[in-house]
Write a protein that binds this ligand. Structure first.
Ligand SMILES: O=C(O)C(=O)C[C@]1(C(=O)O)C=C[C@@H](O)C=C1
Length: 365
């Protein structure tokens, strides 16, 4: 045995012994999760037991990052623990998560980032169906885009919150990296047609204007659909993310073509569950009000008086005839906090309609 082989053997023996300990601990943790599930069922009475606990998961992941001393990066250890909790939750109850399909969309990537690989992700044809599937109990939770850092709010999602009586149980952010994809061995100079979702065209506009000013841009219902088409057509490319590359057997002609390098989309987790406080939460509400002088001031003043920070406000037409508006507001705090309750009861008396969409832990990963 050479000196190098000897040194490697010593280190690999150490790794084997550590792996053994990790393995034992993983199964011990899994058994605890099984016991947790039994307790949840036992104390639930007539109600359906709630296995997924976003507030607890957020606390676990935060603690993991806080105590991390490296050399593994905070986000990387959190990602590992994300997967550990995902398998533990699957032991308690396998989760079915609906998302806007087809397979390979950024929303599916978001679903897997949030719930881990042990959750079953179920593609839906429309956003409405994502909501409907959860409302009908066919999926435990749904994942929907709510805003993009360069393109603003996903207004269709906002409108659906008005129609459905589902709650927001969580949020996450996903860095969106778009690539230009085509069939294997495609000459990038011969691309004369590009498929993408309209949002992705908007997020890559300058790059496309500079690099493919002549190519025809064809809007499709999702990037995954564009990738599927590009996989079948010569001289054609699609804009899509990492997941689509393998799924449709495509080649990356150009990486990261988004105009803003920090292009990020925020997603919401929708469900039929009230989430307890995690200690670092957000609350979302929908309010409607008539267009009277000072209406916005009346609605926002209570937040200022109770020192509650708003993180987002969006105005939409209420579609109830005349000039009435719907306000979507995100703010810091949980509905179980006294000052949040004070603000909500004041708003209830001054706005036409107030709908609490939910309190949920702020995005950790
Ligand atoms: O603490 C719980 O309630 C659990 O079910 C355990 C656990 C975990 O693995 O840590 C698993 C799933 C929940 O979503 C939260 C945490």
């Amino acid at each position: 045995m050479t000196e190098q082989e000897q040194a490697l053997k010593v280190l690999r023996d150490q790794i084997d012994s550590i792996d053994k300990q990790i393995h034992v601990l993983l199964n011990q943790r899994a058994m605890c999760a099984q016991n947790v599930a039994e307790v949840k069922e036992q104390y639930q009475g007539e109600e359906v037991a709630v296995f997924y606990r976003p507030e607890r998961e957020a606390q676990v992941l935060k603690r993991v990052m806080e105590r991390n001393e490296g050399p593994l990066a905070d986000k990387e250890v959190a990602r590992l623990f994300r997967e550990i909790m995902s398998v533990c939750l699957a032991l308690e109850k396998p989760m079915r998560i609906s998302f806007l399909g087809p397979e390979g969309t950024f929303t599916q990537q978001a679903a897997l980032k949030h719930f881990g690989l042990s959750a079953e992700s179920a593609p839906m044809a429309t956003l409405d169906q994502v909501f409907r599937e959860v409302e009908a109990g066919a999926a435990h939770y749904g994942v929907v885009p709510i805003e993009n850092s360069s393109e603003g709010m996903a207004t269709h999602t906002l409108d659906l919150f008005k129609r459905f009586s589902l709650r927001i149980c969580g949020e996450l952010e996903l860095k969106i990296h778009h690539h230009l994809l085509a069939q294997e061995n495609t000459d990038s100079e011969l691309i004369n047609r590009i498929y993408a979702h309209q949002e992705s065209f908007a997020q890559c506009r300058s790059w496309l204007d500079t690099n493919y000013p002549q190519a025809e841009r064809i809007t499709v219902s999702s990037n995954a659909e564009g990738a599927r088409l590009a996989a079948q057509e010569v001289g054609t490319a699609a804009i899509a993310g990492d997941m689509a590359v393998e799924l449709y057997g495509l080649q990356i002609l150009e990486r990261n073509i988004e105009d803003q390098s920090d292009n990020t989309t925020r997603f919401l987790i929708i469900g039929d569950q009230d989430v307890g406080p995690s200690g670092d939460d957000k609350t979302s509400i929908l309010m409607s009000a008539h267009d009277t002088p000072g209406v916005l001031y009346t609605l926002l003043e209570p937040f200022h008086r109770h020192a509650i920070s708003l993180t987002r406000i969006e105005t939409r037409p209420a579609r109830q005839g005349g000039w009435s508006y719907m306000f979507y507001i995100d703010f810091e705090g949980h509905v179980e906090e006294e000052k949040v309750q004070s603000v909500l009861s004041e708003l209830e008396s001054s706005s036409v309609e107030l709908k609490l969409l939910g309190s949920y832990p702020k995005a950790v990963l």
